[in-house]
Write a protein that binds this ligand. Structure first.
Ligand SMILES: C[S@@+](CC[C@H](N)C(=O)[O-])C[C@H]1O[C@@H](n2cnc3c(N)ncnc32)[C@H](O)[C@@H]1O
Length: 501
């Protein structure tokens, strides 16, 4: 069979993608990172042919089915298709994604008759997966009937129930919209439609929430429109205390009602369903999704069952899914207390994450796998690159270069937890299976952390054979604070590929 690669064009010289200084102003030790860089640059491939859109949600936006959950952190169906081809995965094989998100890997597999297993801690994943995997089961006439019924529905005048909220989403919607969300939700729950159609309505409501709210997802936080209660109260507080008004740039203009947005969403998914039902055939491949923490769930699976892994974990970039998706979580009934717990379930990627190692250990002991736990811990503790990074960050923190100690805990926890994931994947893979991880490199306090190469080194120590590190031509910029203080260093966005020998 012809060997296909992700890059059809001539690979570029890797020079511009090679880091030549890991510690700004030569502040700390960098010999371990430097020698790792020199070693792994050999397997790095950079090309034009692959771009930021493929590893982000942008391509999925135009992709039938995959765009059904508005999920900016997703990668594209195109990327998954290319990797499946590159890995020579065939019908009836099994592919795993430990960090499912909107379900791109699972759904591309489903459409190609490939079995899949996936995990995610977010309840939205379950709803999205259910909605998408049912694509051949919908009765289009039922959905059309539902759409026409919604067209004739309106909020009763004396209706007074409001949708649930949590502290960070308090006042997120105009008053009537709060009532409209509760009204349509109750109507959906009590309606006569089939379970899968009701689930589709829930998905379409979830997709509407940001649009009909005073908020906008923006990096790590929600931004608020100047008309929201939060912004009006804060402006009043500043006025009373003689402070100048804050400059609030978010003006969402005229916002749609839930009914308008719901109808748009339903019409759009209805078109997709009709086109997929016309142009593709259903198949009986198995799509297994488990709402749970991959760190605790992977050790429970049987060994040697996978033909491949295609995934993208949370990046080590302080991005907090529980804040970005607070509207959606609150809508699904997740309380403040539960959101805090969910945040702690995230692979350590926020400054608020506390170490999970005691829970991980407990789980391995409960499964009778203490030896595995100890072996994996040894790999982590003896890894010179991780040691160098943790030491450098500690020194940077003492020097006042890191403004939040949570960063140290996050980086340490991130690699510890990922090593457990890599080790489990190794155990779960059949011989010859390939694993792809999409991730971004990061920089804190002037210290460059090459997530792609460090992960590859850890994977190799676990037993994988490093195959390639595909690096995107477009690199990532730095935060403005890092740039101002330490100058600019381009950070790679990569897809690391390993093989179980
Ligand atoms: C980068 S996103 C994955 C996006 C996915 N590739 C897609 O196309 O939609 C990372 C996902 O990991 C999930 N996650 C974070 N920590 C997790 C954990 N410990 N176990 C399982 N999933 C987790 C997050 O909720 C998030 O949905």
């Amino acid at each position: 069979m012809e060997q296909l690669t992700l890059f059809d064009l001539e690979p570029q010289s890797t020079e511009r993608w090679q880091v030549d200084n890991f510690s700004a102003d030569n502040f700390g030790q960098q010999s371990a990172r430097m020698s790792l860089e020199q070693k792994l640059i050999e397997i790095m491939v950079v090309s034009n042919d692959f771009n930021r859109q493929s590893v982000s949600y942008q391509l999925s936006k135009n992709d039938c089915l995959h765009r059904w959950l508005k999920y900016k952190e997703g990668f594209s169906a195109d990327l998954v298709k290319r990797l499946l081809k590159e890995f020579d995965i065939k019908a009836d094989d099994t592919v795993l994604d430990p960090f499912v998100g909107s379900g791109t890997t699972s759904l591309v597999c489903k459409m190609q008759k490939i079995n899949s297993i996936g995990f995610d801690i977010l309840p939205m994943s379950k709803i999205a997966i259910k909605a998408k995997e049912s694509v051949f089961d919908y009765d289009l006439s039922e959905i059309k009937q539902l759409i026409s019924e919604i067209k004739n529905l309106s909020l009763p005048e004396n209706y007074d129930k409001r949708t649930k909220y949590v502290t960070i989403t308090d006042g997120a919607y105009p008053d009537t919209t709060e009532k409209e969300i509760a009204f349509f939700t109750d109507w959906n729950n009590e309606s006569k439609y089939s379970k899968i159609t009701k689930n589709l309505v829930t998905l379409c409501i979830l997709n509407s929430l940001e649009k009909i709210s005073y908020t906008a997802k923006d990096g790590q936080f929600l931004r608020w429109d100047y008309r929201s209660k939060k912004m009006l109260e804060s402006a009043e507080y500043r006025r009373q205390n003689g402070k100048s008004p804050l400059v609030i740039r978010l003006d969402k203009g005229i916002m749609p009602t839930l009914k308008q947005s719901l109808l748009d969403e339903l019409n759009s998914v209805c078109n997709d369903i009709s086109s997929i039902q016309r142009n593709s055939q259903p198949n009986d491949s198995k799509l297994q999704f488990i709402e749970g923490n991959a760190l605790y769930e992977l050790p429970k699976l049987e060994s040697n069952i996978l033909n491949g892994v295609i995934t993208s974990p949370p990046y080590c970039n302080r991005y907090d899914y529980t804040r970005t998706y607070a509207l959606e979580l609150a809508y699904l009934g997740i309380t403040d207390e539960k959101i805090k717990r969910l945040r702690q379930e995230l692979l350590s990627c926020t400054v608020e994450n506390k170490p999970k190692i005691d829970y991980i250990k407990e789980n391995y002991i409960a499964l009778g796998k203490e030896d595995d736990f100890n072996r994996i811990m040894q790999i982590i503790e003896n890894n010179k690159t991780l040691l160098e990074i943790n030491n450098s960050l500690t020194e940077r923190s003492k020097n006042g270069d890191i403004n939040n100690k949570g960063v140290l805990r996050m980086v340490d926890g991130y690699f510890t937890e990922l090593t457990f994931i890599y080790a489990e994947l190794f155990r779960l893979c059949k011989s010859g299976a390939k694993v792809a991880f999409v991730n971004d490199n990061v920089r804190y306090g002037g210290e460059v952390i090459s997530v792609d190469f460090i992960s590859t080194e850890l994977a190799e120590q676990i037993g994988f054979k490093p195959v390639k590190v595909y690096s995107l031509k477009q690199q990532k910029g730095n935060s403005s604070q890092q740039m101002a203080k330490f100058g600019r260093v381009a950070l790679r966005k990569s897809i690391t590929v390993w093989e179980k020998p």
